[in-house]
Design a binder for this molecule. Structure first.
Ligand code: KIV
Length: 264
């Protein structure tokens, strides 16, 4: 059982890979707690849980409710909650929403999708004692159509832009940085140059840690086409389908419920 804190996370940098998976509910939080270092209540819940086309329809209320359910059921891992689309467009809006999310969920960190334009927001939140995780590279809130998502950092200019951005975000106070779909050589450079841990998703083994969406490793929602960086570690739908078929069969054959399932 892990009992993780930020100091321990920093000590893992360049030594022991950091693990992170998403959770949106109590049962998943219970399963992950103490097994992964970080539990992310990602706004990916918009697509995975609510069936939205992208993450732009996710509201602060959704993140508050799912965030609270997860954090309340996490004792040993650290927790991150995503700030949803259009909730951090300026310093005032960002701080108001960040304070509300932290007060309601009690999460350890808030994650925001960052580019050159909102480095000052990261700084403002950090100066106001919000522990910020920055997310760079492919930032899904920019996309209304996920089919248009492509890896970044191949061209020298883009690679330099990402490197500079990561350095500035560390100076602005970011505690961790998520690198999404960034070319291997660039992810490696960023990881080597920063003192804070990098958590990669589709950004190679050279990051300090790895994050994936839990539904993806379980191969839940298998009808949705997954990006190249996803690996299915099991096929949960087979088990669920078996259980559903067995339930239906049992009810139809009057084999369920039995006496022991009834109140007399
Ligand atoms: O929303 C999310 O789940 C994420 C991760 C996949 C990094 O941002």
């Amino acid at each position: 059982m892990l009992n993780i804190n930020y100091k321990k996370l920093l000590l893992k940098k360049n030594k022991i890979p950091i693990t992170c998976l998403t959770a949106y509910s109590k049962p998943t939080a219970n399963l992950l707690d103490g097994k992964v270092d970080l539990i992310l209540v990602g706004d990916s819940l918009g697509t995975t849980l609510y069936g939205m086309k992208n993450t732009r329809g996710v509201t602060i209320e959704m993140m508050k409710n799912h965030g609270k359910a997860v954090v309340k059921n996490t004792k040993s891992s650290m927790t991150i909650v995503d700030m949803p689309y259009n909730t951090y467009r300026n310093k005032r809006e960002a701080l108001k929403n960040a304070k509300e999310l932290i007060a309601f969920t009690k999460a350890d960190f808030l994650k925001i999708e960052t580019d050159k334009k909102n480095i000052q927001i990261v700084k403002y939140l950090s100066d106001n004692e919000i522990k910020v995780v920055s997310h760079i590279g492919v930032t899904p809130q920019k996309f209304s159509d996920f089919k248009k998502i492509k890896s970044v950092g191949k061209q020298t200019k883009d690679a330099q832009r990402l490197l500079n951005l990561a350095i500035e975000l560390e100076s602005a106070g970011s505690k961790l940085i998520v690198l999404e779909c960034i070319y291997e050589t660039v992810a490696k450079k960023i990881t080597n140059i920063l003192s804070i841990p990098t958590i990669g998703i589709g950004s190679s083994k050279y990051c300090d840690g790895q994050v994936l969406v839990i539904d993806d490793i379980l191969n839940f929602n298998s009808n949705i086409k997954k990006p190249k960086f996803v690996k299915h570690f099991t096929n949960i739908e087979e088990n669920i389908s078996k259980a559903i078929n067995n339930f239906v069969k049992s009810v139809k054959k009057k084999k369920f419920p039995l006496r022991k399932h009834s109140y007399k």
